[in-house]
Design a protein around this ligand. Structure first.
Ligand code: SF4
Ligand code: SF4
Length: 449
């Protein structure tokens, strides 16, 4: 079977981002292949663990994918502070006689942003609103690469490794079947320390915040990598709850046009025409300058402008998110002109050190949390969404009453459609088929949620 077919059949999507189907992403040729081992969000340890434990798989996967792409350069970009992981990866390179270069990153945020990473590792600037392939480069997260190697061994994507941290009694790494409830994951971390809490799915800068009611429904999907439990009045939570009307009013009354949001914006710093201070002014003044508003389409939503830069506590990122939705409704796209791009002269002095970011975010309390050894968690019931990826929802191919084994395909997309296969993550009986497929292991009388 061809590599792309193997990847498609295993249901692999980008594990570290929005979940772009990997068989589509790799359906091309590129001169450079970069494995993203930056894990740039503060506190998270999932990719670090994967690089330590699966170093040979990662190097093997980089060789396989790089050869498939016809890449002349195969690079693994990793933070230079990950000493143990670097040691293991170097050993794996030697053992496999691989032609993989390690590229060492400083510990700043957001090193893992594809555009920033490509610039750091190659000196090339991906066009604003564009993708790395436009500069002959493909980037894949290290977890995705491990999934490709597992797929070659006949193992589809049915579980996720997660960092469980924050206000939990036993911060830990867990591996859970896809479709396991987030509540169950929190229990596996000893439960929440506080009665009232919120959860960030993903990192503190770019993750999604969910409250306890929403938590009832939320399950682990292919793109999750961490669960952070925080008090409901934490400043990160409060920031994300501000309604857009309020954000606009704040921009009108409090934006002092200091430009710090722009000066520290990582996309602006690599030369993209993204100027959040101008966007804030344009919206605040009710100017309909579409050329400036369109710049919001190039924002990677990293959050530096609102969680780190702005001295007035304003939210350019949420403003950009709102504008993106509005522009999408009007089918307006960002049109990159062909001007050559130049990084900002001061870029090297404006990178945000992760430790300073942690202080600013008021996360020092959790920074030193040592995560317990990985615990493999089994589940008696899973609720697997048919859409965990960019593209169309998968079409179910099972019915209520069917009995499936872990790894069986339960959802497919049609030939040529953008999407991903979905597999049963546990053995059991199908008890619901809607936009999700619920499987219960009927061999036990007690069903865990
Ligand atoms: S940093 Fe804040 S106050 Fe300064 S220009 Fe940006 S949004 Fe306005
Ligand atoms: S969130 Fe703010 S800092 Fe980050 S890319 Fe967007 S505008 Fe720039």
């Amino acid at each position: 079977m061809e590599l792309l077919e193997i990847i498609r059949n295993a249901g692999i999507v980008g594990a570290g981002g929005a979940g772009f189907p990997t068989h589509k992403k790799l359906d091309c040729k590129a001169k450079i292949f970069i494995a993203n081992g930056a894990e740039c969000e503060p506190l998270l340890k999932t990719d670090q663990y994967i690089m330590q434990k699966y170093s040979e798989d990662i190097i093997k996967g980089i060789e396989i994918i790089g050869d498939h792409l016809g890449a002349e350069k195969k690079i693994l970009a990793i933070k230079k502070k990950y000493r143990k992981e670097i040691e293991n990866l170097k050993k794996a390179i030697d053992n496999l006689r691989a032609r993989v270069e390690l590229f060492y990153l400083d510990s700043f945020f957001p090193t893992g942003d594809e555009h920033v990473l490509v610039y750091e590792a190659t000196g090339k600037i991906v066009p604003p609103g564009g993708i790395p392939l436009q500069v002959d480069t493909i980037v894949s997260n290290v977890s995705t690469i491990v999934n490709v190697v597992r797929a070659i061994d006949g193992k589809p994507v049915i579980s996720k490794i997660l960092s469980m941290l924050g206000e939990v009694n036993r911060p830990t790494l867990v591996e859970v079947p896809l479709g396991t409830s987030v509540k169950r994951c929190i229990e596996e971390a000893g439960g929440a320390k506080i009665a009232d809490y919120c959860v960030i799915m993903g990192g503190p800068m770019m993750g999604t915040i969910i409250n306890q009611e929403e938590l009832q429904e939320r399950v682990i999907t292919k793109t999750d990598g961490s669960v952070i439990v925080l008090p409901p009045n934490h400043n990160i939570v409060n920031k994300n709850r501000v309604p857009i009307k309020h954000i606009v009013n704040q921009a009108k009354s409090a934006c002092i046009q200091c430009e710090i949001c722009t000066e520290l914006c990582p996309r602006f710093l690599i030369g993209h025409p993204l100027r959040p201070h101008k966007i804030m002014r344009t919206v605040a003044m009710n100017h309909n300058e579409e050329k400036i508003l369109r710049e919001a389409l190039t924002c990677c939503e990293c959050g530096i402008c609102e969680l780190y830069a702005c001295p007035m506590g304003l939210s350019p990122r949420l403003m950009n998110l709102h504008l993106k939705e509005e522009l999408k409704k009007k089918k307006i796209k960002f049109n990159a002109n062909n001007d050559s791009l130049e990084p900002a002269m001061m870029r090297d002095f404006r990178k945000i050190p992760v430790n300073r970011l942690i202080s600013r975010l008021n996360l020092n309390l959790y920074e030193g949390q040592k995560l317990a050894e990985l615990k493999k968690v089994s589940a008696k019931r899973v609720s697997i969404p048919l859409k965990q990826h960019i593209g169309l929802q998968a079409t179910p191919i099972v019915e209520v009453g069917d009995v499936v084994a872990a790894g069986d395909i339960i959802g497919k997309m049609k030939e040529g459609e953008l999407g991903a296969y979905i597999h049963a993550s546990i053995r059991g009986k199908i008890i619901e088929v809607t936009d999700k497929i619920v499987i219960e292991d009927e061999r036990s009388g007690v069903v865990e949620c």
